[in-house]
Design a protein around this ligand. Structure first.
Ligand code: FAD
Length: 388
């Protein structure tokens, strides 16, 4: 590759998309730096799955075997009533994809694969972006200002990069009508590679095993239009959940208690990001920041991995010509993203089935995303400049 153009790339976000991009950028001869707001790697988290070509990308990264070793081995789950009695089986095909791992395990793996060749700045965030013809002047919340040739926002649904370069989040983020909380707890029900799910009108709660049944993850979901709350105030998020689920049956009272003391807790709306363009000059968006399809699509991690592969590959193939590369990246990703966003919206619409029958669940499994997709993305063979 001609390394004359656009060598240094700042990536905001060290989850899935960011480290995957750093990996490919380095292999193509670029110099990536990642800034991550969290003070350290986010190790915990919920399970995410991979489908289709994302496994191919992991294979090309030499990580497929490692990721397969982290498979949650999740089997079918049980729908239970208010007294805990199972009344239907939820096939794993609906929620576990081709391969399912804990998101934190994936992030750790990607970090280990990139740390030697990527500068990581933890506990910091981009504060300002000013681009000119030759580069981007970046100010940080803590670090001294620096100049980069290109900036990539891989900082998720509430992307700071997007807000700075494209405008406020309200213009791009579409709420899907569901709020979700997830937290860690002991596997106190003694479940083995499975989960139990409880559903009430407009509400759902579940518990799934994690880490070879030594731990569990529980989730609460409820239907609501846009709610106003402070995104950083965990105590307020827990109060919202406690209010919504007060008086519910099954294990809900115990789960609410567990949630109170949970160290790892996630709460957010289920939403999509819709943008007319994913780039503005030297700044480009990747993964959820630019085209979140929503958790109900089951495709977010796949999109992040494939987007990273294509973005880095196009920059290399076009010898750093960012305008041409960003255009080619977007053209290839758009149909794939559009299909997943449609799946995400459909998934959200049928999310709250109060007591689904076995027939309905089997029908959903038969229509799981991998069985219904029509637009597989083609992965070009970008020959890396350096060995892995
Ligand atoms: C409950 C739930 C379940 C899901 N299940 C699945 C599933 O089964 N399958 C699937 O494919 N996908 C699933 N997803 C979606 C998947 O998690 C995302 O699509 C995927 O993680 C996107 O990766 P990303 O790297 O683009 O963004 P994210 O994973 O959101 O990462 C963004 C990163 O940026 C960091 N950051 C944020 N702001 C800043 C800032 N200002 N400066 C620096 N860093 C910042 C964050 O700390 C984070 O590390 C699920 C999502 C949720 C919420």
């Amino acid at each position: 590759m001609n390394k004359a153009q656009n060598q240094t790339v700042l990536i905001s976000g060290a989850s899935v998309a960011g480290p995957a991009l750093a990996y490919w950028l380095h292999r193509h001869g670029f110099t990536p730096t990642i800034v991550e707001r969290a003070p350290h790697l986010r190790d915990g988290g919920y399970a995410v799955d991979f489908r289709g070509e994302a496994l191919d990308v992991l294979d090309r990264m030499g990580l497929l075997q490692h990721i397969e070793a982290l498979d949650t081995q999740m089997g079918d789950a049980a729908m239970v009533d208010a007294d805990g009695r199972p009344y239907a089986t939820l096939p794993a095909a609906i929620f576990a994809g081709d391969l399912e791992v804990l998101k934190g395990d994936l992030t750790r793996l990607l970090y280990e694969a990139t740390r030697e060749n990527t500068e990581y700045l933890f506990g910091d965030s981009i504060a300002g972006l000013h681009q000119d013809e030759n580069g981007v002047h970046v100010t940080f919340e803590h670090a001294a200002p620096r100049r980069f040739d290109l900036v990539v926002g891989a900082d998720g649904l509430h992307s700071r990069t997007r807000a700075l370069a494209f405008g406020p989040e309200g213009q791009y983020v579409r709420h899907l009508g569901i709020y979700t909380a997830i937290f860690n707890l002991d596997n106190y029900l003694g479940l083995k590679n499975t989960g139990h799910l409880y559903a009430a009108p407009g509400k759902a709660a579940n518990i799934f095993t994690a880490r070879a049944n030594t731990e569990a993850r529980a989730a609460f979901h409820f239907a609501a239009d846009h709610l106003e709350y402070d995104h950083r105030d965990t105590a307020a998020h827990k109060r919202i959940i406690a209010d919504r689920f007060a008086g519910e049956g099954w294990e809900v009272p115990r789960l609410l208690k567990e949630m109170d003391t949970a160290q790892e807790f996630f709460f957010d709306s289920n939403a999509q990001v819709e943008m007319e363009s994913w780039s503005a000059g030297r700044i480009v968006l990747l993964g959820d920041a630019g085209y979140c399809a929503g958790p109900t699509s089951g495709r977010g991690t796949s999109q992040a991995l494939i987007g990273a592969y294509l973005l880095a590959g196009e920059l290399a193939a076009r010898e750093g010509d960012h305008t041409a590369a960003f255009g080619a990246y977007e053209r290839q990703m758009r149909p794939y993203v559009a299909e997943h966003q449609a799946l995400g919206r459909e998934g959200a619409e049928r999310f709250f089935l109060p007591a689904p029958t076995q027939e309905v669940l089997d029908m959903l499994a038969a229509n799981a995303p991998e069985n219904t997709r029509t637009k597989p993305v083609r992965l070009p063979d970008y020959t890396p400049a350096t060995a892995a």
